[in-house]
Design a protein around this ligand. Structure first.
Ligand SMILES: [Zn+2]
Length: 323
């Protein structure tokens, strides 16, 4: 992209700032006890102010309230959206980025403010505008722009009940550098991006350290011998916190799998087959199926794993068809 092209592109996207994503929308259902109860069950939130009439009536809330974090739920479009996504202004803006090579998308931040408790019978209206688009930034994911949308929520009296700010990064995935000219100027992109580093904490660092040495270990309870994966501090069978480990032979079978195409993260090859694999030892592991076409993968397929270096920094178990 020449400086002139970049300016034209930036002028085009910045013209979206301040535009509403779609007309203010009223939630399909008013705030209601059934949805509150389902949400509380799914989230495992046992606060009785959400579900217990009697308790809620006597509490400082004076009656059932909706969990504040349900705010966005009331105006969501629901399941049909998955088949026929609405072509709103936000989608149109993302398309402009896509056309200029910024095809990657990554949600980076969300923040919410709640102004009052919602109660059964309340109506919720949502109104989303594109609030900010950053200057071009060099990030670890690649070159891109942050887009911030703000959704203001109001009730049946047109009074504000809350606000949600959502920020995404639209960036150039690793295999198409057109948007930055590909002229290895000061774009800050690493030469070959690596996969996202494994998060290593107190309870799982030992497991990843073994992978770095070419081994896949399975945690074993010292008290009842039950195997478990992923690593965690306590045995689910006998609650013992004493454990050791065995090494897996990495003989397994595909229990389930999915083929990822989008969004593309730098450092990964697509399509990427991610599978849940039942290991011969009895535990399951999530990994990639490689060494065959994605369409040749099937549930029940016998696989054999190997710990391999998948990029400059990353060792990972990868599974191949067994035959
Ligand atoms: Zn045990």
């Amino acid at each position: 992209m020449t400086p002139e092209e970049r300016k034209a592109f930036e002028d085009k996207v910045h013209a979206y700032v301040g535009r509403e994503v779609n007309a203010p929308q009223k939630g399909k259902d008013d705030v209601n006890k059934a949805m509150i109860r389902h949400w509380a069950e799914v989230m495992g939130d046992e606060n009785p102010a959400y579900t217990d009439e009697e308790y809620a009536a006597k509490s400082s809330k004076g009656g059932i309230i909706a969990p504040p974090s349900m705010l966005q739920i009331w105006s969501m479009e629901g399941y049909p959206m998955a088949h026929n996504p609405s072509q709103d202004v936000q989608r149109e803006l993302h398309n402009v980025f896509d056309e200029h090579g910024f095809a990657g998308v990554l949600g980076t931040n969300t923040s919410a403010e709640y102004y009052r408790d919602l109660r059964p019978g309340d109506e919720v209206h949502a109104h989303t505008v594109i609030d900010k688009i950053s200057e071009q930034k060099a990030t670890q994911r690649g070159i891109g722009y942050f887009i911030e949308t703000v959704t203001n929520f109001t009730d049946q009296n047109d009074e504000a009940v809350g606000k949600i700010i959502f920020r995404v990064l639209k960036f150039t995935p690793n295999d198409s550098n057109d948007a930055t000219g590909g002229d290895d100027s000061d774009d800050g992109m690493p030469e070959a991006p690596t996969r996202i580093a494994s998060p290593r904490g107190h309870d799982n660092k030992w497991w990843w350290d073994a992978v770095d040495e070419g081994k896949v270990l399975i945690q074993r309870c010292k008290s009842c011998q039950t195997l478990r994966h992923p690593p965690r501090p306590m045995c689910g069978e006998c609650q013992s916190i004493e454990w050791d480990s065995i090494e897996s032979t990495l003989d397994g079978e595909v229990f389930s799998f999915t083929e990822l195409h989008y969004p593309k993260f730098p450092g990964y090859q697509y399509p990427l087959v991610c599978a849940v694999i039942s290991l011969g030892e009895g535990t399951r592991i999530i990994s990639n199926i490689v060494g065959c076409e994605p369409e040749d993968v099937y549930i029940g397929m016998k696989v054999k794993g190997k710990v391999e270096q998948v990029d400059e920094k990353t060792m990972l178990p990868q599974f191949y068809p067994a035959d």
